[in-house]
Design a binder for this molecule. Structure first.
Ligand SMILES: Nc1ncnc2c1ncn2[C@@H]1O[C@H](COP(=O)(O)OP(=O)(O)OP(=O)(O)O)[C@@H](O)[C@H]1O
Ligand SMILES: [Mg+2]
Length: 248
């Protein structure tokens, strides 16, 4: 079955009330999925970027969100991870209402965003960046082992280990910001345009790693412009156009 055939819009999530319904904190996972968005509207000032967006993600699946420039994909990743707040609607993660929660809190609950632009500490070295990433890990693997695994995944980062991250090329910075989630995956991973700024050879390796992470149980929301970029990994696709989910 093609991704296009697997597209759907989920009206079910709409029955769970608006953002004012914060008193209802816990709802069973089987009813609403690991992640559930319910009638989300997002504005930047007077400009509305997302309109009435509802869908849910089931445990262990990789859901693709596709759409052209300006469709609202990055905004969607931001509202899920707590970087922007919806004007209306609500978001549940593992049965908990996380609407309005800050990114650090959402992150501590197991949801991690790889943003479209690199997120690194410019004045610190590559190795120091990696140590900081892994310092808060919940896994039992020692930090230095995770740093070594990052170098195994991205040998270029090892070569640049002592250089400050601010001097890395765009692609190298992207590798550095990807390393954390790819080496020490969260329970739920949101990736905004994985392919951005990376050479095809490296991208093949990264997609393989994404497939391994999926097999090990991480639930994913993968944002890309086109279905073809995610069809190997994603089991389902939702397409955004001008801030709205469009049906299949
Ligand atoms: N901080 C902001 N202030 C005002 N408007 C914004 C802001 N961020 C995004 N927008 C607008 O919201 C709309 C959706 O932007 P968004 O970045 O979510 O799209 P996108 O689908 O990720 O696009 P791209 O494929 O180019 O990354 C666009 O029209 C954009 O101009
Ligand atoms: Mg974007």
């Amino acid at each position: 079955m093609s991704l296009k055939q697997k597209r759907f819009t989920d009206g079910d999530a709409r029955s769970y009330g608006g953002s004012e319904n914060n008193s209802v904190k816990l709802i069973s996972e089987s009813t609403i999925g690991v992640l559930s968005l319910n009638r989300i509207d997002v504005f930047y000032g007077k400009y509305q970027a997302l309109f009435d967006v509802s869908f849910k993600v089931q445990k262990g699946e990789a859901l693709a969100i596709t759409g052209l420039n300006g469709a609202g994909k990055t905004t969607l990743t931001r509202v899920i991870s707590g970087l922007v707040q919806p004007r209306s609607g609500c978001i549940y993660f593992n049965g908990e209402n996380i609407t309005g929660m800050r990114i650090e809190k959402i992150n501590s609950r197991g949801l991690d965003l790889i943003p479209d632009r690199s997120a690194v500490f410019n004045s610190l070295s590559v190795t120091e960046n990696l140590r900081i990433f892994f310092y808060k890990t919940k896994s039992n693997t020692p930090v230095e082992e995770l740093v070594q695994r990052s170098f195994d995944l991205f040998p270029r980062l090892k070569e640049r280990g002592n250089h400050v991250a601010g001097n890395l090329s765009g692609g190298e910075q992207r590798m550095l910001s990807l390393a954390k989630a790819l080496v020490d995956p969260p329970e739920f991973l949101v990736v905004d345009e994985l392919s951005m700024g990376l050479a095809p050879r490296i991208l093949d390796e990264i997609w393989k790693r994404i497939e391994e992470i999926k097999s090990s149980g991480t639930t994913m929301l993968l944002v890309e412009q086109y279905s073809r970029d995610v069809e190997k990994v994603a089991s389902r696709e939702i397409r955004l156009e001008k801030g709205q989910i469009v049906g299949s």
